[in-house]
Design a protein around this ligand. Structure first.
Ligand code: PMV
Length: 347
């Protein structure tokens, strides 16, 4: 093409899995299907400025929160190598990638989902501006998700909202291992504006990278059972999302979180990624549920932080509960209020 330069900008959210992805095959193909809530406020904002150059190797610079960043370079280099066959123009341009997060850096919140999906969307917009072919939004989103998956598996669930399924599952016809699809099933009004308050228990570096974590599912004694359980839980969740049965929702979501951690505790080598305060919080949530008719529950990613999930009509009481009983277990009293969101936006 003869376009010399331009710039594109996207904001893309983080997501929190209800049924967890843990274990992958070659080319970032998940061993089991997963489903997540797209978040609303925890986002990465990325602008890519592209300038025509000689067709040599890949050329890019990354600025994170205004400062030139070398640490992210190898990840982006690997990402470019993986996606070049789907984005043949990558070597024709120099890319200046400027990125920032709405949530604090080193908060222990994984920024790979929002970060990789934002870059994938920017590259899709560049492709769109360079090409003479029109693509529908559906095709655009699908390819963006496909590319994001090659950056970081869970990133493919950050393109759209409010619920996204990734990984082939019988109960969800459009589902695919290659990209995330918007969950098109019926969703009861109980899940409208579902809340996620993220309690930052440990803001440190992750003890185990997710790359290493996924690998630990190779030859894991319980892997086969786990993968089949995820299929069952997704099918059950589909029914629960339609019926609005929050008691059943709580059971699946909490069991998924603990199972993820159980997989890490029973792999070789083994890890405990929860901290004492993670357990304190879980016990407080259980006690609170016992003495009230609250439907509050927790979920966890591969770390110590706790996502507290609850329906919108409990917002006031749960925030009060969090302030009174849970904040003391957060590092520097730090927590982030978010809710289910609609997906990425071009800006
Ligand atoms: O996308 P990755 O490779 O960083 O894996 C993330 C996996 C979990 O966050 C632990 C679970 C999930 O489904 O998001």
């Amino acid at each position: 093409t003869n376009i010399e330069n331009g710039s594109v900008k996207w904001e893309s959210p983080s997501n929190i899995a209800l049924v967890k992805y843990w274990g992958k095959k070659k080319d970032q193909i998940p061993e089991n299907p997963s489903i997540s809530f797209t978040l609303s406020d925890c986002k990465t904002i990325t602008e890519i400025t592209f300038t025509k150059k000689e067709r040599t190797g890949f050329s890019f610079d990354i600025y994170f929160e205004g400062e030139k960043n070398e640490a992210f370079k190898p990840k982006i280099q690997t990402f470019f190598e993986r996606i070049e066959i789907y984005m043949p123009f990558l070597k024709d341009y120099h890319f200046k990638i400027e990125t920032s997060n709405t949530f604090p850096h080193s908060s222990g919140i994984a920024s790979s989902a929002s970060g990789m999906s934002a870059i994938a969307l920017c590259l899709m917009s560049i492709e769109r501006s360079l090409s003479l072919v029109e693509v529908t939004d559906e095709v655009f989103n699908q390819k963006a998700s496909f590319l994001a998956r090659l950056g970081s598996g869970s990133a493919c669930r950050s393109i759209e909202g409010e619920l996204v399924v990734w990984g082939k599952n019988e109960s969800i016809e459009a589902s695919s291992d290659l990209y995330g699809v918007k969950f098109e099933g019926e969703v009861h009004s109980n899940f409208k504006n579902y809340q996620d308050t993220i309690l930052l228990v440990d803001k440190g570096e992750k003890q185990v990278s997710s790359t290493v974590g996924h690998q630990l599912m190779y030859g894991h004694p319980f892997a086969k059972e786990r993968f089949s359980q995820a299929h069952d839980n997704l099918a059950k969740l589909k029914t629960i999302l339609a019926s609005g049965d929050l008691n059943e929702f709580v059971k699946i979501v909490e069991s998924e979180a603990l199972t993820l951690h159980a997989m890490m505790m029973t792999s070789m080598p083994y890890f405990i990624l929860m901290k004492p305060n993670t357990l304190e919080i879980i016990n407080k949530i259980w006690a609170y549920r016992q003495k009230t008719d609250s439907k509050v529950c927790f979920t966890l990613d591969a770390g110590a932080n706790v996502h507290v999930l609850y329906p919108e009509n409990e917002k006031e009481s749960i925030l009060e509960f969090i302030k009174n009983e849970l904040v003391s277990y957060c590092q520097n009293g730090h927590y982030i209020c978010d809710q289910i969101g609609l997906g990425a936006n071009q800006i």
